[in-house]
Design a protein around this ligand. Structure first.
Ligand code: ATP
Length: 599
């Protein structure tokens, strides 16, 4: 059944098996003895197709497994091999039945058929009462019986057992060997052992000496003739998601830790977004309150008349000369206030008591308290009311937009209305120049540029600069902090995932040893990674809600996150976790079962 021909196996420069050749019998128990480290497990791994890195040829049931591709090797393991590991390799968190069905899921039979077969095997092995117990709660002997049941569930022609009694007492060892003896009636059972007593059950005893096989004893077997077995179909009934959810539950604590680490990192980023939005909102509030925030005012005299300089700069708009207006009046209901002379004044530095400065295109007027008092006893109620401004032959309707601090009778009007008043005054000497800076972010640079040219302008640049500075500093601080927290979160996530990956080597090695293909294992791991990403998103969202609650509790306002930033946060969380966990899983999938099971 198994023919090994001129096998040489090396680990690095050390040769373990040297030009080894042997023909195994078709059925019965073959015991392999040999000094520790002589290569017994190595040989078993080669026979099982767990390790493909060797010279020579191995033929099993007339098929040369040495020349098999990866896919055919998985099929070979599924169809021909049952493996019993010395340390059982049962999956903790799975019940006895689930551990056995794990091997059966890939045989294409129905769950009902497989369950029935598993129960029969458990009865035969005397542990049917443990069917629904978690395997971590079983004794060594019981675990080994479960491992044997799992190895037999697909009815393999060859059972390979690596020290199946190594961890058991004499009585339990005898029971296990009795079971193996019965199993060996119609198949080949190869047993590695250090215990010569175990050889009492053997039909053949061989030993590995200097990398070669020496036959110690060989009996004529009186075994039953091997029956023709059903070939396992290629159709697999593995439910990827069921398996992924099961594994996810088993590793739930680690996954929660990973999700928490990711959530902390991602939340810090979202807080950074929110802080940025809050600061942007503060600037908008400032602009709303200080409607003349972008206005500049330059007095014109013999020393300075920068009209052409201001008009020629792209950052500046709405540049016009201002003139002294004579004999102008405003009237509200039956009250009139006359101004013999209205001198243009800087608009941006006016402090508002109520309302806002007049806005371009809005036909508005802002007055000072002494004018307001002349118009009404209750000055606040004036805001929003209409007044009529009379200048030369014009009557202009204006709405009172605000009241600003000034110690003398004065007013400001919307700059478009103001310009229309100056229409026929071009011949007169200008008093000052008014201009607007187009963008908030250019106010400081325009002011500095004018200073460099010794042009003295009155603007709200100090307030704007203070706001911008706070904005930039806080922004930078939040960004640095969030990058730091994100980096720490990611680092913890990578460490935890790497640890989890190491813990999973044996599980993945086991699946490969049971005959699961690489593609199938990759799908299971990917499904688990998706579940992990979803958990991380749930945790991140939960944490954001928590932070939002703290914000509203401490600051009295909620976090400001735009829908696009929420979507970005979710995409970032999802892709971070999928990427990190997939990279961590890559090594797992690549590792040969023999190597993975050694970890
Ligand atoms: N993946 C590996 N990389 C390097 N060396 C290895 C590897 N696997 C096994 N070896 C070495 O190859 C030799 C044979 O190992 P093997 O496990 O086959 O021995 P064994 O006869 O089964 O030993 P024991 O009876 O102690 O289990 C040992 O020296 C071991 O350290």
């Amino acid at each position: 059944m198994i023919n090994i021909d001129n096998i040489t196996k090396k680990y690095g420069r050390t040769t373990i098996l040297k030009n080894m050749s042997y023909q195994f019998r078709d059925r019965g128990i073959t015991c392999i003895l040999g000094a520790s480290g002589c290569g017994k497990t190595t040989l078993l791994n080669l026979l099982a197709g767990f390790d493909t890195d060797y010279n020579g040829n191995i033929t099993v049931c007339n098929e040369n497994i040495t020349s098999m591709s990866g896919v055919d090797l998985y099929k070979y393991r599924k169809n021909h091999i049952g493996f019993v590991f010395q340390n059982y390799h049962l999956i903790n968190g799975y019940t006895v039945l689930e551990n056995i069905l794990l091997a059966a899921e890939i045989n294409g039979k129905s769950q009902k058929e497989n369950t029935q077969k598993a129960l029969e095997l458990l009865t035969k092995l005397g542990i049917e009462s443990k069917t629904n117990d978690k395997t971590e709660n079983l004794s060594g002997g019981q675990k080994q019986r479960v491992a044997i049941a799992r190895a037999l569930i697909n009815d393999p022609q060859i059972l390979l057992a690596d020290e199946p009694t190594g961890a058991l007492d004499r009585g339990t060892s005898s029971q296990i060997m009795d079971i193996l003896k019965e199993i060996a009636m119609d198949r080949l059972v190869i047993v590695i052992t250090h215990d010569k007593k175990i050889c009492d059950w053997a039909d053949e005893v061989i030993s590995i000496v200097d990398g070669k096989i020496e036959v110690i004893s060989s009996k004529q077997t009186t075994a039953k003739k091997q029956e023709q077995k059903d070939k396992i179909t290629n159709k697999s009934k593995v439910s990827i998601w069921k398996r992924a959810v099961k594994n996810f539950k088993i590793h739930i604590l680690r996954y929660i830790a990973v999700s928490l680490a990711v959530a902390i990192g991602i939340s810090s980023f979202a807080v950074s977004f929110s802080s940025r939005n809050m600061m942007e909102q503060s600037i908008e509030d400032f602009k709303e309150k200080h409607t003349a925030f972008n206005n500049g005012y330059v007095k014109v005299d013999e020393k300075q008349n920068p009209f052409d300089i201001l008009s020629g700069d792209e950052r500046i708009e709405n540049v016009y000369y201002q003139y002294i207006l004579k004999d102008i009046s405003i009237a509200f209901e039956n009250t009139k206030v006359d101004f013999i002379e209205k001198i243009p004044m800087p608009k941006a530095t006016g402090n508002m008591s109520y309302g806002v400065m007049p806005r371009y295109g809005q036909n508005e007027i802002a007055i000072n308290p002494s004018v307001a008092k002349k118009l009404s006893n209750n000055i606040q109620t004036l805001i929003g009311n209409n007044i009529v401004m009379k200048y030369r032959d014009q009557n202009i309707n204006l709405t009172i937009s605000g009241i600003y601090d000034a110690g003398y009778d004065d007013f400001f009007i919307s700059s478009d209305i103001e310009q229309s008043l100056y229409d026929s005054m071009e011949e007169e000497p200008p008093f000052s120049i008014s201009y607007d800076v187009k963008n908030f972010s250019d106010i400081v640079s325009v002011s500095n540029w004018l200073k460099e040219q010794n042009i003295i302008a009155k603007t709200a640049v100090e307030q704007v600069a203070a706001l911008e500075n706070t904005f930039h500093n806080l922004n930078r601080l939040f960004l640095i902090l969030s990058i730091l927290v994100l980096a720490i979160g990611l680092f913890i996530c990578i460490v935890l995932l790497t640890k989890l990956t190491n813990a999973r080597f044996r599980e993945v090695g086991l699946l490969a040893a049971l005959g699961y293909s690489k593609g199938r294992i990759r799908e299971i791991l990917f499904a688990e990674n998706i579940l992990l990403s979803c958990t991380a998103i749930i945790f991140s969202t939960g944490m954001l809600f928590g932070i939002n609650y703290v914000y509203s509790f401490v600051l009295g306002k909620t976090m400001m996150i735009k829908p696009s930033q929420v979507v970005l946060t979710i995409i970032l969380t999802f892709s971070t976790v999928v990427l990190v966990s997939t990279v961590a899983s890559l090594k797992l999938i690549k590792t040969e079962p023999a190597e993975a099971l050694r970890k």
